[in-house]
Design a protein around this ligand. Structure first.
Ligand SMILES: NC(=O)c1ccc[n+]([C@@H]2O[C@H](COP(=O)([O-])OP(=O)(O)OC[C@H]3O[C@@H](n4cnc5c(N)ncnc54)[C@H](OP(=O)(O)O)[C@@H]3O)[C@@H](O)[C@H]2O)c1
Length: 432
């Protein structure tokens, strides 16, 4: 066993960083055994040095993250600051100074993953980021390593705990969106500004990372189609229930049937109650991976929180330290397939469309004609009258998103259609 310690710089000591520091300190002996050398916390960069941080050695705190990274004796930099800058500059400087990097930064990796991987490779360093996708749940490593010999065709999952908590509350209590968001905020599941979660940005960043690794290509945040869940209503849940479904905010990454392109999207969708993702409650995350040889795999667990996320960071830290000792690196970026990312219009799925229409004869035929003219085949239609008006709920067979959008556009122009109350995709049905 080597006695000279591997030195770790911790950038950030907030929700995740403080737990990383705690586990590194309390599990120091185990880490030494597992790595094959002592792993020493050499410095901790923060923004507010005066803040009380229980259990964190005060002498290690600094506000000069750049100087810490450039010290020259640092073997591994753990970046848990978040955001684009200064995280990007610090990670780049870490590589330039010979350190490997462990990061939990989904926003940065979804935006600049390719450039960061290139910098790591140029300097013979590792870049690991298991914690950037779904907290404690192992996904990056299973995709990068365990499934490296298989062909992944689909990744489908719930990768944002805040939105799952809100949708679960709406489902179980009949609450509206605002009421459920208030409860999530009060319980600490939603941040004061929940935009990144409820508008799907956080899930889209994770979808970009997962799609890139799963399909061995480059997928950036901008390539991911994104719809938030703020428009989901109690009426949508009532409709979903009538169809034996619930509603989840899903991240869906797919290889096209002809294998020549991929898609990545985040949006609310109805899924059958019998689907395993339907029973993912509260703030839990779960991800389905469908691979040619392996079949369906499901990964489930806490997708956020200081301690679960720190678990993923520590797993990466051990792997990177072992690589350092072996004077090697782990798997870098694999983007050799260079598959293009198709636009949302080419995605094929089923739709649930709720229309407010005039309650008079011939309306149904008119609506059905519009669907037929656009090549969108109807599976079921349900009509409910209310005060001279009627609600028409149409569920389609699988159709291209562009065809569905054109259908809805044409429906809006019909005199008898008063409004399109909701459009929701239907996912996860048998045979898909
Ligand atoms: N929280 C989760 O559940 C979770 C889950 C998965 C992934 N992540 C990712 O983990 C990362 C960290 O998240 P977090 O929740 O731990 O954030 P956080 O609680 O806001 O902590 C951020 C830390 O970074 C420090 N910091 C901010 N700007 C800095 C600067 N310019 N120089 C040095 N330090 C700076 C802050 O210092 P002060 O303490 O002095 O303010 C704080 O310690 C993010 O990339 C996030 O996306 C978080």
């Amino acid at each position: 066993m080597r006695t000279r310690p591997l030195k770790v710089a911790l950038l950030g000591c907030g929700v995740v960083g403080s737990e990383v520091a705690r586990i590194m300190t309390t599990h120091a002996d185990d880490l030494t055994q597992r790595v094959g050398a002592p792993v020493e916390l050499a410095g901790i960069a923060v923004r507010r040095p005066g803040r009380v941080r229980d259990g964190v050695p005060a002498e290690l705190i600094t506000t000069d993250a750049t100087a810490l990274v450039k010290r020259g004796d640092i073997d591994v930099v753990v970046e848990v600051i978040g955001g684009i800058e200064p995280a990007r500059a610090l990670i780049t400087a870490a590589f330039e100074h010979g350190a490997s990097v462990v990061s939990a930064n989904k926003a940065l990796l979804a935006q600049d993953g390719a450039a960061l991987h290139a910098a790591a490779e140029q300097h013979g360093a590792d870049l690991y980021y298991e914690a950037a996708v779904a907290g404690a749940i192992p996904l990056v490593r299973p995709l990068r390593e365990s499934l490296a010999g298989d062909k992944v065709n689909r990744v489908l999952g719930i990768v944002n705990g805040t939105t799952n908590f809100i949708l679960d509350k709406m489902d179980s209590s009949g609450a509206g969106y605002s009421e459920a968001l208030d409860e999530a905020t009060a319980l600490g599941y939603a941040e004061a500004d929940p935009t990144a979660d409820v508008e799907g940005f956080d899930a889209a960043a994770k979808a970009a990372i997962l799609a890139g690794i799963a399909f061995h290509t480059r997928v950036r945040l901008d390539d991911v189609y994104r719809e938030g869940m703020t428009e989901v209503t109690a009426a949508d849940f009532a409709s979903a229930k009538q169809m034996g479904c619930t509603i989840k905010l899903l991240a869906i990454c797919e290889r096209a049937a002809d294998g020549r392109s991929v898609t990545a999207r985040v949006h609310p969708a109805m899924i059958p109650l019998g689907h395993p993702l339907a029973s993912v409650r509260e703030a839990y995350n779960a991800v389905f991976i469908e691979a040619e040889a392996a079949g369906q795999l499901m990964f489930y667990g806490p997708g956020a929180g200081g301690s679960p996320t720190a678990s993923a960071v520590l797993g990466d830290l051990v792997a990177v330290c072992r690589n350092k000792l072996a004077e090697s690196t782990g798997p870098g970026e694999s983007a050799y397939t260079r598959l293009p990312v198709s636009p949302m219009g080419e995605v094929v799925t089923r739709y649930h469309i709720s229309l407010d229409v005039a309650d008079k004869p011939g309306v149904l035929a008119q609506v059905a004609t519009v669907f037929a003219e656009h090549g969108v085949s109807i599976d079921t239609v349900r009509q409910q009258g209310k005060d001279g008006e009627a609600a028409l709920v149409v569920v389609t067979h699988r159709a291209a998103d562009a065809a569905l959008s054109a259908t809805v556009e044409a429906l809006r122009k019909l005199d008898t259609v008063r409004g399109v109350a909701s459009i929701m995709r239907v996912e996860g049905e048998k045979g898909e």
